[in-house]
Design a protein. Structure first.
Length: 134
């Protein structure tokens, strides 16, 4: 790992982002990941860049966070972001599954548990063809 260059590339990516050089910012963030791996801050910067300025890459958000989990382990942030990505795709069962992991990591987070339960409910409704159970 090369921590010094990692930080420099992240900063460079931030500067390019402010200059509205989206591709350059993306390339700098990718280089930072190549040098020292992925972390929560870098994953979030890439996701935000893709959502706001590179919509053709939104479909890669899942791959980004799965790579983060493989490299950095299951963390609340990654599980929540993956869960929300699945929910955006209408895959509420996978959304709930990822939130369930997040809840096991942070069991006292009531908002997290509430969001998990909402996705579980939506998954059940989807299984029933949109009918709400009695």
């Amino acid at each position: 790992k090369n921590q010094i260059n990692d930080a420099a590339y992240v900063l460079y990516g931030d500067i390019l982002n402010r200059m509205e050089d989206w591709k350059g910012a993306n390339d700098a963030y990718v280089k930072a990941m190549e040098l020292s791996g992925i972390n929560e801050q870098l994953a979030y910067k890439m996701e935000t860049l893709w959502r706001e300025h590179m919509p053709e890459r939104i479909s890669r958000i899942k791959d980004l966070y799965e790579a983060a989990v493989a490299y950095d382990g299951q963390k609340k942030f990654y599980m929540v972001q993956l869960g929300r990505w699945y929910a955006e795709q209408g895959d509420f069962a996978n959304a709930a599954s990822h939130f369930k992991v997040a809840v096991t990591l942070v069991p006292n987070d009531k908002e997290l548990k509430k969001e998990m339960e909402e996705y579980e409910q939506k998954a059940r409704e989807k299984e029933l063809g949109g009918l709400k159970p009695l």
